[in-house]
Write a protein that binds this ligand. Structure first.
Ligand code: NAD
Length: 291
């Protein structure tokens, strides 16, 4: 069994991005500029935005955090989006979700200029991804593809089972793995909460990608010997073995499952670090133009 070290790969990709920024600057061009819009003070969102800003600094990108109180109106947020769409100094921006209940996430996402939509959530980018056109790919699935690439894990002709069909992880993951290409070309099964015989489905997977949001849900009896297991889930559970009284686990029961795998991502340190790196890659693309 080999551990897929997302932390190590993320450091490597960030170094490559920093080198690219230096090349741009040496050619007299400006560094990529990412803006993060944060409405309200949801603690998890604050943490995510802070780590995105920190990652930008690490690679030499310009980053701006725009903070607004939770009682801002939808109209006010749409005006911010409109300004960002027109600001030529901004290459890409994200509106951190979730938004307060009185603001329509759909309306806001639809208002983002697809050319600056570095989260890849706009239907225009989703459509381009599905048809294989150059597009900003959603960060978590793109990070997973990058891990498979960097470890040169064979995917062509393999059976990939994805558990979870969210718009940000499971569904785009299934699309990317089924596309043509050296690090794709899988036969894909997409499982979800209404899937019958989930265990039988999972047992058929050469590559099992788990994103259902339930701690340690996938157990050893659901995994084929030699499978590649990618664990997207992240949960804090009580532990009497740590000082904090908590530990992080994924959607996979790592201790039980790992011995059966050819490759597996740990939690933390697997998929998580790659998500932010993908956002940086999209922002660089936004600066240079999608290719
Ligand atoms: P979500 O809640 O939006 O979607 C969960 C999906 O799992 C749904 O499509 C649902 O149909 C499916 N599901 C639920 N119960 C199921 C069951 N018993 N059997 C089969 N399918 C079932 O979740 P999400 O946003 O896709 O996130 C999934 C997990 O990944 C969460 O733990 C989340 O915290 C984590 N996550 C991690 C990262 C990262 O960067 N590491 C990024 C995004 C999400």
């Amino acid at each position: 069994m080999e551990l897929i070290d997302g932390k190590k790969i993320a450091v490597k990709v960030k170094q490559e991005l920093a080198d690219e920024v230096n090349r741009l600057k040496a050619n007299g061009e400006r560094a990529p500029h990412l803006v993060a819009v944060l409405v309200g003070n949801d603690p998890a969102s604050e943490t995510y935005v802070a780590s995105k800003v920190k990652a930008c600094q690490e690679v030499g990108f310009k980053s701006t955090e725009m903070r607004y109180s939770a009682d801002m109106t939808e109209e006010q947020l749409l005006a911010v989006v409109d300004r960002l769409n027109r600001d030529t100094d901004v290459d890409g921006y994200i509106v951190q979700l979730p938004l307060p209940a009185h603001i329509s996430e759909e309306k806001v996402l639809m208002a983002i200029n697809p050319d600056k939509d570095v989260d890849g959530f706009h239907p225009c980018n989703v459509g381009k991804m599905v048809t294989g056109l150059p597009a900003y790919l959603p960060a978590t699935p793109a990070g997973i593809v990058e891990l498979l690439k960097r470890y040169d894990i064979p995917t062509q002709g393999k059976h990939c089972v994805v558990i979870g069909r969210s718009n940000i992880v499971g569904t785009p993951m299934a699309v990317l793995m089924s596309r043509k290409g050296r690090h794709a070309d899988c036969t894909v099964t997409l499982c979800h909460s209404r899937t019958q015989n989930l265990k039988e489905m999972a047992l058929q997977a050469d590559i099992l990608i788990v994103a259902l949001g339930k701690p340690q849900f996938v157990t050893a009896d659901m995994v084929k010997e030699g499978a590649v297991v990618i664990d997207v889930g992240i949960h804090r559970i009580a532990s009497d073995k740590t000082k904090s009284g908590f530990r992080l686990v994924g959607d996979v029961d790592f201790e039980q499952v790992a011995p059966k795998c050819s490759y597996i991502t740990p939690v933390p340190g697997g998929v998580g670090p790659m998500t932010i790196v993908s956002l940086l890659q999209n922002t660089l693309e936004a600066r240079k133009g999608l290719s």
